[in-house]
Design a binder for this molecule. Structure first.
Ligand code: GLY
Length: 418
């Protein structure tokens, strides 16, 4: 079968690697791709926003399945366009993707569906938001931009001054370039976080192994948010009882209430959860595979991934049983110095050939030129190890990282420690 993967990160590299390692007679196309993806698939030169051109390519090449990695094409309705054209695609339709693309929509959905989440207040203007912050807010609190911002439109506000500066960025400077910016103030919750992803065909769902993601740039969860600096899976503190509660309190009501709104949600439903002293709460939903969660979840799946995806698309998920291996996986992201703000690119990456064969390297911001690899983004590489326990996997990944060099290489030293 021919498959098309849309995206250019470690997540898409991991998806392609998994499909290829389980079905090596598959022909895989991808775009925009990256240096690692270009080794396993044929990169197609189609701009991400040219949906008609994408559909024409899919029809011409008789692509059997298209898999969408990132959130932006989902929020722009790529799945709806494929469905209208009779082309099989994995991912939710535009109105289902609102669960991620509008934080305010998602919060109102949770609130009206009885799904546990922190308290919140929504504002669509600077003065109202500033007034709330100055007179009613309990600090610290979370301010989220109501739209897609690659994991970066979130601030944990400790002082009124820094909060006002973020509101100024969103409403007055309009740094996210939206017509009618909105923000959401959210209660600051404390506890252990879990990324809980399920495959769903809208009716049935199958959970993946939970993962723990590290979003901040510095050790000890300090500094600004990033797209993700590391991850591990499975998560031992997410016990069988907790998993049952997640499904009962969150996954089932989410899918049922989406259906009540006539929204058939298919693809991956990602719930970002926190275990607070008042129980489980949803921090956010994402409408896709997580990144870097995918890089630590997919290696452990023994069932052919493409069979699972095909069953989701054909609404036959109840026929599938997913088998997992018993290993632990740890991902440490190597980023460019300065990320998530300003950083340089074009630095040669050395040492990839020295990586042991039981370590996976999933490329993110890389490009390949004349058989050499160069940095081309903020997050550059995901180094993923496997072990019989977390300690072994952690030791292996940090040893492997020493083999790789590029100017400005930065990584967190505390992934999988807490
Ligand atoms: N790891 C967070 C995300 O995928 O959005």
């Amino acid at each position: 079968m021919k498959i098309l993967i849309i995206g250019s990160g470690g997540r898409e590299h991991a998806i392609i690697w998994k499909i290829f390692s389980q079905n090596n007679n598959t022909k895989i196309f991808s775009f925009p791709g990256n240096g690692g993806i270009s080794e396993l698939s044929e990169i197609v030169n189609i701009p991400l926003n040219q949906k008609k051109q994408i559909v024409e390519f899919v029809k011409k090449e008789k692509i059997g399945i298209t898999i969408v990695g990132p959130e932006v094409p989902l929020s722009e309705g790529i799945v709806d366009i494929f469905i209208e054209n009779g082309c099989p695609i994995f991912g939710p339709v535009q109105k289902a993707a609102l669960i991620e693309s509008s934080k305010t929509w998602a919060k109102e959905f949770m609130s009206s569906s009885g799904i546990p989440t922190g308290s919140f207040d929504i504002f669509d203007n600077f003065n109202g938001a500033k007034n709330f912050l100055e007179t009613k807010a309990h600090l610290p609190l979370v301010i989220k931009f109501d739209g897609l911002a690659a994991g970066k439109g979130v601030q944990i506000t400790h002082t009124i001054k820094e909060g006002i500066s973020f509101l100024d960025d969103i409403f007055l400077k309009n740094i996210y370039k939206t017509e009618n910016p909105k923000i959401i103030f959210e209660e600051f919750l404390t506890g252990k976080e879990i990324s809980y992803l399920v495959f769903t065909d809208g009716q049935d769902f199958i959970p993946m192994e939970p993962a723990k993601d590290y979003k901040k740039i510095f050790d000890g969860d300090k500094g600004p948010n990033t797209g993700g600096m590391g991850c591990y899976s499975p998560v031992d503190f997410c016990t069988r009882d907790i998993k049952k509660s997640i499904e009962k309190q969150i996954i089932i009501p989410t899918l049922n209430n989406l259906q009540k709104r006539d929204i058939l949600y298919t693809g991956v439903l990602y719930c970002g959860l926190i275990l607070t002293s008042n129980g489980l709460k949803v921090l956010e939903y994402n409408a896709r595979f997580g990144d870097p969660e995918t890089e630590v979840i997919l290696p452990g799946i023994k069932t052919p991934l493409i069979d699972i995806i095909d069953a989701v698309i054909n609404k036959e998920l109840k026929k599938i049983k997913i088998q997992w291996d018993q290993n632990y996986y740890v991902d440490v992201v190597l980023s460019s110095q300065g990320y998530p703000d300003h950083y340089q690119t074009g630095k040669q990456i050395l040492g990839l050939d020295n990586i042991p064969s039981d370590i996976f390297v999933f490329h993110a911001g890389t490009k390949k030129q004349d058989n050499k690899y160069y940095t081309s983004g903020g997050r550059v590489l995901n180094i993923v190890s496997m072990g019989q326990n977390l300690i072994e996997a952690r030791e292996k990944v940090y040893k492997a990282i020493n083999q790789i060099e590029f100017e400005g290489k930065y990584y967190r030293k505390d992934i999988a420690l807490s």
